[in-house]
Design a protein around this ligand. Structure first.
Ligand SMILES: [Fe+2]
Length: 265
């Protein structure tokens, strides 16, 4: 059985090893707790059995475990500039055996490993079993949903810790990013050339949701409206950002109303 309370307590103790006065590290702790909440909502809405619900929660709790070492050692969130934090997470958990402090039962190791390793990849790896796929999908949707919350909170600060929003509103979006966005696709991060590309490609997370439940949360919190509004300050680009918002809202509306792909098989 999965003892979620014990796992949460262990997480709380684990993060004490890091500098919680660093706003980036503190933000990853709160991101983790909120991602657990979103994963719980998704698992509940999918009517999963208790064991899968707990598994979804513990995966969300551990999904960014590699971030604390990454931020401490490399002082960046950028996987490209440092190390892939999904891979680092599974190394810490399974090679260094930290997982044993979180969960006694070893039978869930493979699912937890795959879900964490795949949570930050462009696509989920091929050839996984149904339950493995399910947990990869839940954590990816939950993580994306809370990334929008993180950005919303960050942008309220004006010059946030993640972006200088006044600066990115003046940049030009690359063609590859725009074209993909218009086709409801996200591109691989190698195509991202500047901050605005990264920002727009982040909005394109909405095109990679597995279940509409997370998109419904995005809709209710007006995350995309907020993200576009904050950069929509320069008249010459306003038309383009208005178009991007319209495309996003049309897509979200369609997915949420049709409850597309909300099946676990
Ligand atoms: Fe992550």
């Amino acid at each position: 059985m999965i003892d979620l309370e014990k796992a949460k307590q262990t997480f709380k103790e684990y993060v004490q090893n890091y500098n919680l006065d660093n706003p980036h590290i503190a933000e990853k702790v709160t991101h983790t707790y909120r991602t657990v909440n979103v994963a719980e909502t998704i698992a509940k809405e999918l009517n999963l059995e208790e064991e899968d619900r707990k598994l979804a929660s513990i995966i969300a709790l551990l999904h960014d475990i590699g971030r604390f070492e990454q931020l401490t050692n490399y002082h960046t969130y950028s996987d490209i500039e440092s190390i892939d934090h999904g891979d680092l997470g599974v190394k810490i958990l399974f090679e260094d055996k930290l997982i044993e402090k979180f969960i006694e039962d070893r039978k869930y190791d493979r699912i937890i490993y795959l879900a964490i390793k795949n949570h930050n990849k462009y696509k989920i790896q091929e050839g996984l079993e149904k339950q493995e796929q399910l947990h990869c999908k839940i954590v990816r949707d939950a993580d994306k949903t809370d990334i929008f919350e993180v950005l919303t909170q960050d942008m309220q600060k004006g010059k946030g810790i993640l972006y200088d929003y006044t600066k990115i509103g003046k940049q030009k979006i690359s063609e590859e990013i725009l074209n993909a966005y218009r086709e409801n696709k996200q591109v691989e991060s190698k195509y991202v050339k500047n901050e605005i590309d990264g920002y727009i490609n982040m909005i394109s997370f909405i095109y990679d949701y597995n279940f509409s439940i997370g998109l419904d949360i995005v809709k209710r919190n007006q995350y995309i409206d907020n993200m576009i509004r904050v950069v929509n300050i320069h008249k010459e680009q306003k038309k383009q950002f208005d178009e991007l918002l319209e495309i996003a809202n049309t897509y979200i509306e369609k997915r949420v109303s049709l409850k597309q792909k909300d099946t676990i098989i």
